[in-house]
Design a protein around this ligand. Structure first.
Ligand SMILES: [Zn+2]
Length: 458
């Protein structure tokens, strides 16, 4: 297929400041780029998608996830805990990760992301059990390549074990040398800086309470050397804030600043607990944020000041976060949660258009992508179609754009095109047996839980 025409959508949402949204037009894709858009005579193409009654949007961009956690969704012992005790329970099961577990959990998460409109995703794999293969991230990269999603894996890490005052057990941390060596290996093997790259690597020490300041500094040096981005969890919970004040005498944002971790090549997940001065710092340094509303509710972390950040000029995107604190990888649902959660604060409310921008162009900016997140000639051909004929959208046509954010329930996207290739067709993932993947994931999940139970008894 060399050319693909999408014709007559109810609405095309461009996210392009220079081109308004338009009705009853067309978008022509040639190879992996958008060739042209218009409202007049439709050009010919090899393949045509009739999009009557559908909304055409740029694909959604997910900026924070831990795909391996799909294997430990709603674990009974971790259903009703705040972040630190939730982690302490789950570290034991995650300690049983294998290459196969990482591959299958990534298939699960990516399938869910694709069906909910995500065309570019990041992932943060930070747990490397001493007994496991050293190439776990390679396996999630294999899954992303197989399923065809645009991928930003981050090389996560933990180096501060319990014996040294950190939170994770010593059996799931690595030495700084191991982490740095593997970071270099992954960048050199996989990182592609080209404009329409399908895979870019970033570096992501896990959090202030699970790595050493020295590793944060070394990661910064490596990021500068290889021109890759930096990512971590920050200001997620009050416990983390207390940890930073007790251990480093600084609040999390000041701590990050002291390590060279503010800048336009850094994005933080969460930033729930920020004061006005810290919001100002994020804005002035162009540091990005991944807002994860479901996870923040699930773990009782608090409500991130998203409206305040946006008004101060901070770049804010949306992340589903890991599936042990969501417990879903539904990106459309995360847009809706972003809209609703902010309404429980004294801050101003977010509009559907603002949330859609965060979930598309906002994510692209944070990942340093200039050619995704919008529909315009020359941009990557990453597009989704949502069919408003679905029962869940009945009665919503007075504002089709807002319907995408307000009305999502169990609906899937009808079509998803990534890098010019059809990945979801009529609501089904092409070439993938979801039942098989789901069964395999269940089996691996149960095996990991029983192994960890056995270890805790012996
Ligand atoms: Zn996270």
């Amino acid at each position: 297929m060399n050319s693909l025409l999408i014709k007559d959508p109810l609405l095309t949402v461009t996210m392009d400041p220079e081109n308004d949204n338009f009705t009853s037009g067309w978008v022509l894709i040639k190879k992996n780029k958008i060739d042209s858009i218009g409202t007049g005579k439709q050009p010919d193409a090899d393949t045509v998608i009739d999009a009557k009654g559908m909304v055409l949007l740029p694909g959604l961009v997910n900026t924070h996830h831990h795909m391996y956690q799909t294997l430990t969704r709603n674990l009974p012992g971790a259903q009703n805990s705040h972040l630190f005790s939730w982690l302490e329970t789950l570290y034991e099961v995650w300690g049983e990760l294998t290459e196969e577990a990482v591959f299958v959990s990534a298939q699960v998460a990516i399938a869910e992301l694709l069906l909910s409109g995500c065309t570019t995703t990041s992932d943060h794999l930070y747990l490397f059990p001493s007994a496991a293969s050293k190439h776990l991230i390679d396996k999630e990269i294999d899954a992303a390549l197989e399923l065809g999603i645009r991928f930003h894996p981050t090389r996560g890490s933990m180096s501060l074990g319990r014996s040294a005052g950190g939170l994770p057990p010593d059996t799931v941390i690595q030495t700084e040398e191991e982490i740095i060596d593997d970071s270099i290996r992954l960048i050199e093997k996989y990182h592609d800086p080209e404009p329409l790259s399908m895979l870019r690597v970033a570096l992501a020490p896990c959090s202030p309470f699970s790595v050493t300041p020295d590793l944060m500094k070394k990661s910064r040096e490596l990021a500068d050397k290889y021109d890759v981005r930096l990512h971590t969890h920050l200001a997620e919970s009050k416990d983390e804030e207390k940890f930073c004040l007790d251990k480093f005498g600084q609040r999390p944002v000041d701590f990050a600043e002291s390590l060279g971790w503010l800048g336009d090549d850094v994005w933080f997940a969460h930033t729930v607990h920020l004061n006005d001065n810290e919001i100002e710092k994020l804005s002035a340094t162009k540091t990005g944020v991944s807002h994860c509303p479901t996870s923040n509710m699930r773990l009782g972390s608090g409500i991130a000041p998203v409206a305040k950040m946006l008004d101060a000029g901070v770049s804010v995107s949306i992340g589903v976060d890991g599936s042990a604190s969501n417990d879903s990888s539904n990106m459309l649902n995360e847009l809706r949660q972003s809209l609703l959660l902010q309404r429980l604060t004294d801050d101003r409310w977010l509009s559907a258009a603002e949330v859609l921008r965060m979930g598309t162009l906002g994510g692209a900016e944070i990942l340093g992508r200039k050619n995704i997140g919008m529909i315009k000639p020359g941009a990557a051909a990453d597009l989704i179609l949502i069919d408003l004929n679905d029962i869940g959208y009945a009665g919503s046509k007075s504002d089709p754009l807002a319907a995408i954010v307000f009305c999502i329930g169990t609906q899937r996207v009808s079509w998803s095109i990534i890098n010019g290739k059809i990945v979801v067709e009529n609501g089904e993932l092409k070439g993938l047996n979801l039942k098989e993947i789901s069964d395999r994931a269940d089996k691996i999940s149960q095996e990991m839980i029983s192994r960890s139970n056995k270890n805790s008894v012996t």
